[in-house]
Design a binder for this molecule. Structure first.
Ligand code: URA
Length: 209
């Protein structure tokens, strides 16, 4: 999706000193009824420009398969469009090497990138917004929203949008559905069963929309 140049300019100039790389606009069907929002690109995504083209993308594809839909049926985007990284030591062959390591986006980065996500939500007007992980969930529903207790059911709520220097609640109500981020499976494989149950509920929500 094309963005107005001033939105990109404003967001990138606010973060010029931050450790961020790449820039993804999002991908998929701009007329979609369902929008998936991730956290931020990882190494592979920053390289290819394609959301969820790395390891967690395979897990996301299994979510879509469980929902009997494909990437061309939905729009996939993220809270932050560039890969947040830090330098850290890794020992892939025993010898220490300095590498860029993924890190969580900061509140400042999330706020700076907010106009991009707001623009897409307004342009696409999805009937269901699926938040992949707590960062996306809190970005839309506010800091009091906790994915661990609220995942797996639809929330009918206004969403946060950035207005000048603060978030404001949207006038419109959206259907927001929280799912665990696909990468959560790597840290906690036993979560798969719960994700399966949530996907089952989401499939029912999609069928009734
Ligand atoms: N995590 C995300 O949130 N987005 C990606 O594209 C990859 C991993």
């Amino acid at each position: 999706m094309e963005f107005p140049a001033e939105i990109i300019e404003q967001c990138q100039s606010a973060l010029s000193a931050h450790q961020l790389e790449g820039f993804l606009t999002g991908a998929g069907n701009e007329d979609a009824d369902i929008m998936f929002i991730g956290e931020a690109p990882g190494e592979k995504e920053a390289e290819t420009g394609e959301p969820f083209s790395g390891r967690s993308g395979k897990i996301l594809d299994s979510y879509l398969e469980a929902l009997a839909i494909t990437r061309t049926d939905v729009y996939i985007t993220s809270v932050v469009r560039s890969r947040p990284y830090k330098w850290g030591e890794r020992r892939p062959k025993g010898e220490p090497v300095l590498k860029k390591i993924n890190r969580k986006p900061t509140a400042k980065e999330i706020f700076a990138h907010a106009p991009l996500l707001d623009y897409q939500i307004t342009a696409i007007r999805p009937r269901i917004i699926v938040c992949l992980g707590g960062v996306a969930f809190k970005r839309l529903l506010g800091n009091k929203a906790t994915l661990s207790t609220m995942h797996g059911k639809p929330e009918f709520s206004p969403v946060q949008k950035r207005e000048q220097d603060a978030y404001q609640w949207s006038e419109e109500t959206y259907t927001v559905f929280g799912l665990y981020h696909p990468a959560a499976v790597f840290y906690n494989p036993s979560i798969r069963q719960e994700i399966g149950e949530d996907l089952h509920t989401l499939k029912t929500v999609i069928a009734t929309m």
